[in-house]
Structures are given as C-alpha cells and as structure tokens.
Design a protein around this ligand. Structure first.
Ligand code: GLV
Ligand code: MN
Ligand code: MN
Length: 399
C-alpha cells in the first residue's frame, strides 16, 4: 500500500462533480463511509478499533494504555473542501504503521490512530468539537443542544449513530492514554513551497473564533414596498459584511471572513425578514481578535439602526492562539533532518490537545498553497513521503 493508493480508495466519497470539491459533514453518509473505510483499513492491519463516548474513533497498535503515542486527524470536511485536509493525516498514519512494521520496529509503547469528529465545525458550528468534548473544553449540555442547518440537534444525530449523547464530555481515562499527539496535515499555505521543502513542523496556530450575526428586518413584497418603506436585512447585512472587511484591513495581521450568508426565507421577489451570517476572525494576539470583533459588533448595531433593523452577534466557537510544545517541535524537526518550523493560520485538534498533552504537527507541502477549496493539492511523492516522515518521528517515540 501507499498513502496515494489509500487516498485513491476514497477519492469519490462526498465529491461534488460540479466543483471537484468534497463535502463530508460529520456523521453524514459520506463521512460515515470514510469512517467505515478507516475501520476496514485499521482492522486489516490487526489494529483494535473502538469509538469512545465522544465519537472519536481509536485504532490501537498494542493495548490501550496511559501515556501512549497518538497520531491521526479528521475525516469531515468543509463544503467544497480539498482531498487532503484531514484524510491525509489519517491515511499517512495507517501507512506509517506499515512502514514501522516493515522496519521491524517492536514498539515499547502502544500507538493509536485517532479520528476526531467535526474538526471543521461545518455541521454544528463549533470547530474541533471531538477534541473539545474529550478535554472538557465545551460544556456537554451546550454540545448536545447544537443544531445543524436542518435543525437536527447534535444529541439526536449522535444518538442515531449509536453514540449515547448522555455520555458526552470530558473523558479523563481516554485523555490519560494520550502521552503525546502528533498530527500530520496538508499545509494550507505556501510556507513549504517557498522554502522548497517537502515537510515542515508546526510551531503555532493563529487564534481564531466564529461569531454568528443575526439581522432582523421586515419581510415584505418586492413589488409593492417603496424603497423608503423598507427594513431590508439583506441591505443591512451586506453593509455589515463590508464593515467586517474594512475593520479587519485596518487591523495589522488580522484576518476576517464572511463565508456563509443566509437570507431568510430567500426568494427573488421577497424582501427577506432575517439574515444570518457568520464571521471567522483570526489574529496572533487574542486580545486584538476580541477587540476587532467588538468594533464589528458596534458597527453592526449602527448599520442595523440605519436600515430599520435589529442585530445580534453571538460567539459560536473560540480557539486561542497556540504555541506548540517547543521541545517536541525541536525533536520532530531533528528527527526529520532539520525540517523547518512553520506557524499556521488554520485550526487543528492538535491545538486543542496541546493544552493537555505535548502535541505537535507535521505539514506536507501543498504546491498551490490553497486549501478549503478543490485546488488544494499535493504531489504524489510528497503524499507518500508523509508516511515515511511520520514513521520517522513515531519510531523515536516508540523505541
Ligand atoms: C480549520 O481548518 C480552520 O482553520 O477553520
Ligand atoms: Mn484539517
Ligand atoms: Mn480545514
């Protein structure tokens, strides 16, 4: 086997033929197909597979024990995502075990591959939901009440998939099994391309959060309502989106995005009654991110009043800036012959876990530097080299 061949097996799962991108929401038929693929590949390798009470899938080489080495990533995707964001780390982990076995490595510690649910937060709105539940970083009552776009609660969706929602939440026994966590991931920028390096080591994750904005206006008839008589939330929300971009541009090093914008009910000849849109804001200094969002909040209130609407801005997800464990990052770099250290603007379960256990990341070169898009890419040679690099770092930890 090879990582490219493993990924070939899932190439058609959740693929939108129009865009060429993937949509694999957590516990949707496509993500469930990927989970089955993972379980099959793990069992073919003689690994013991279990799903824990937070919906995280674990495949064990050796008996589950406290202080084990854990690698892995996620299988869910954003809408229109690339082929590698998530599955690359899972496939590389499976293949790394083959590499270690071919080298005759007899591990002195157990190794597990973990597959985290809802890393992207694309279905229920909270990024890295599985690792947050495991570590107690989200209140289980709040998690159970989260809803998807169809109005289904997380509790119902988990229950339908055999995960008892009553048992969600911090799981000290499972967490204690994680002695170290190393996540391999496609790079989501041009760092490695510019350095002409196939693999890098994560040094930091940009702090980021998500806020939902709901603008309420007056639904009405597109033909019979004079322009002066309207309280149109789409017009108000469009101005708010402009304000988000303008305020972020005024804030050095900030990034702010509105990638989801939903007028309700959404008809060509209907003045909407409400709009929901979502802001993703990021900055290396968490205080700056929060100050930016406060300024956005004030601008939204002003713009809502100007257009005869009301507005409410609510935090959905917050992930502070992470500096990965320096000793582990240095060890990973040395094991890879001096691989460069890179910060990333993207969030990862390794970032959540890093508060609890030494955690690190490896990045695989992405020639386009594009991600969360079908244009995300990786050369076959780099994809296959990912498993060798992961095996190289794991070997040192296992022996
Ligand atoms: C996850 O990829 C994120 O950074 O939003
Ligand atoms: Mn990812
Ligand atoms: Mn992603």
């Amino acid at each position: 086997m090879s990582v490219t061949r493993l990924l070939d097996d899932i190439r058609s799962v959740g693929r939108d033929p129009r865009s060429g991108g993937y949509y694999r929401p957590v516990l949707s038929p496509s993500e469930l197909d990927l989970r089955s693929w993972f379980v099959g590949e793990a069992e073919r390798r003689g690994l013991d597979v279990e799903t824990d009470r937070n919906g995280i899938v674990w495949a064990w080489w050796g008996a589950p024990a406290s202080g084990s080495i854990v690698t892995g990533s996620h299988l869910d995707s954003v809408p229109g995502g690339g082929a590698f964001d998530g599955p690359l780390g899972v496939a590389a982990a499976l293949e790394a075990i083959d590499v270690l076995r071919a080298r005759g490595v007899a591990p002195r510690r157990s190794l597990a591959i973990a597959v985290f649910p809802e890393e992207e937060g694309s279905r229920f709105g909270v990024a890295c939901l599985g690792s947050r539940l495991l570590t107690g970083k989200i209140d289980p009552d709040r998690a159970r009440a989260l809803t998807d776009a169809d109005g289904d609660t997380l509790a119902d969706v988990f229950a339908r998939n055999g995960i008892d929602p009553a048992h969600l939440g911090r799981d000290d026994e499972t967490l204690a099994r994680v002695g170290r966590f190393v996540e391999l991931h496609i790079e989501q920028g041009r760092g490695l391309v510019d350095l002409n390096q196939p693999i890098g080591v994560g040094s930091s994750i940009l702090g980021h959060g998500r806020w939902r904005v709901r603008v309420q206006g007056q639904g009405n008839h597109a033909g019979t309502t004079a322009m002066t008589d309207r309280a149109d939330p789409v017009v108000a929300a469009a101005a708010m989106v402009g304000a988000v971009a303008a305020l972020a541009r005024e804030t050095p090093d900030a990034r702010a995005t509105v990638g989801r914008f939903e007028p309700f009910p959404g008809g060509t000849n209907v003045i909407a009654s409400a709009v929901s849109f979502w802001i993703d804001a990021r900055h290396p200094d968490d205080a700056v991110t929060l100050a930016l969002v406060s300024r956005v909040d004030a601008a939204c209130a002003e713009l809502a009043a100007l257009h005869g609407c009301t507005v409410e801005l609510r935090e959905e997800s917050w992930s502070p800036t992470v500096g990965f464990n320096r000793d582990l990052a240095a060890e990973l770099s040395t094991a890879l012959g001096g691989a460069p250290l890179l910060g990333t603007g993207a969030g990862h379960d390794a970032g959540i876990l890093s508060e609890f256990v030494p955690s690190g990341m490896l990045f695989t070169r992405n020639p386009t530097g594009i991600s969360h898009s079908p244009e995300e890419d990786a050369e076959d040679a780099d994809v296959d080299h990912s498993a060798v690099a992961l095996a190289d770092v794991l070997q040192g930890m296992l022996s």
